[in-house]
Design a protein around this ligand. Structure first.
Ligand code: BGC
Length: 350
């Protein structure tokens, strides 16, 4: 009798329990028996994750890591995180580590190296953006390279399909030359469809043709996808930011160009970012400024003021940003001295 009384509540609750079970079952997809669907990602919140980032430039986008003097070290990640950054952007030259003929397999050892970078970042509370950087063949023969690009996208999407939501994939860095806006729009649409078939959840990032800058903003045809971050690169005024840059023609002629933070100088920068904000608002896209910086041959005072102003103008518009770059010619960190230079506090206020 006692036993029966104790069981009474269970018996009464049973129909309720069965009701909840059947509700849950009816919302499941046929091949998902877990009943656990993570809520969809809010792309604006995703953009906050990479709010204040820095590029690990001149490392994995060199033909081979180390060719340009830098090999990513384990202690960089806590250094970056402790300074207040929330993410890293990692330019990657996949094309130098994949077969040139079908099936264009990516070298597994290289893939492991990229995995290691992601793991170190996540371990140090840094969100990560990987891209496809310096795929040089695309700029001379984009039609001939189309299948290879699609194969890279397929392999990368498959490999990272179960990775953390804090990993964001940027489809391509700075299309230019023969990789025209028209081709970029076509490949982009195809690429997003391909990636979504493999990984419907990953936040993706896309930018403009014409070197990823403002000039090609109106040429970009946006794929219908609610999990996209728009990225733009900003190096204006170019004669100031690229003075003395060895890879730019006549850049030595611009040495000595200062940026004093005068009202007209500030207004010019602000007008550019306002143009981006208005364009992005129309499309309801969060904005990431994936590269901006002034080369070390400009004077430090000017670099400091320009960098500080770009950050201020971005943050006033809720744009996330990634400074170009950590420890090389534009660097904010002095690897030889083992300390941040002045730019750290232009980026993140003390
Ligand atoms: C390029 C770098 C260059 C930087 C500034 C990046 O997108 O990959 O090689 O230093 O832009 O010009």
């Amino acid at each position: 009798m006692m036993m029966r009384l104790l069981n009474l509540p269970i018996v009464l609750c049973l129909p309720l329990f069965l009701f909840f079970c059947s509700c849950e079952e009816s919302t499941d997809t046929p091949d998902d028996h877990s009943g656990l669907h993570p809520p969809p990602l809010d792309v604006h919140a995703q953009n906050q994750l990479i709010g204040r980032s820095i590029n690990l430039g001149n490392c994995l986008e060199a033909p081979n890591e180390g060719d340009w003097g830098l090999v990513i070290q384990e202690d960089w990640f806590p250094i970056i995180s402790d300074a207040g950054f929330t993410g890293i952007r990692v330019p990657v030259r996949w094309s130098a580590h994949a077969e040139v003929d079908s099936p264009y397999t990516i070298d597994p050892t290289f893939l492991q190296r990229v995995d290691w970078v992601m793991d170190q970042a996540l371990k140090n509370d840094l969100a990560v953006v990987f891209n496809i950087h310096h795929y040089e063949e695309m700029f001379t023969d984009p039609v001939g390279e189309r299948s290879r690009l699609l194969a890279l996208w397929r392999q990368i999407a498959t490999h990272y399909a179960n990775a953390s939501d804090s990993l964001i994939f940027e489809l391509f860095n700075e299309p230019h030359d023969e990789f025209t806006a028209e081709l970029w729009n076509a490949y982009l649409a195809e690429g997003i469809e391909l990636i979504r078939g493999i990984d419907p959840r990953r936040t993706l990032m896309i930018g403009t043709a014409g070197w990823g800058g403002l000039s090609a903003l109106d040429d970009l045809v946006l794929p219908a996808d609610s999990n996209l971050i728009f990225t733009i690169h900003y190096y204006e005024p170019f004669h100031f930011t690229h003075q003395g840059a060895e890879w730019v023609d006549n850049a030595d002629d611009w040495l000595g160009t200062a940026w004093t933070g005068s009202l007209p100088e500030k207004a010019a920068v602000e007008a550019h970012f306002e143009q981006i904000r208005q364009w992005a608002a129309v499309h309801d896209l969060p904005v990431h400024v994936g590269e901006f910086s002034a080369y070390h041959r400009a004077d430090m005072d000017s670099r400091f003021h320009w960098t500080q102003w770009v950050v201020q103008v971005c943050e006033a518009r809720d744009f996330s940003w990634a400074y170009w770059e950590f420890g090389s010619g534009f660097g904010a960190y002095d690897l030889e001295a083992g300390r941040w230079n002045e730019l750290r506090h232009a980026l993140i206020q003390p």
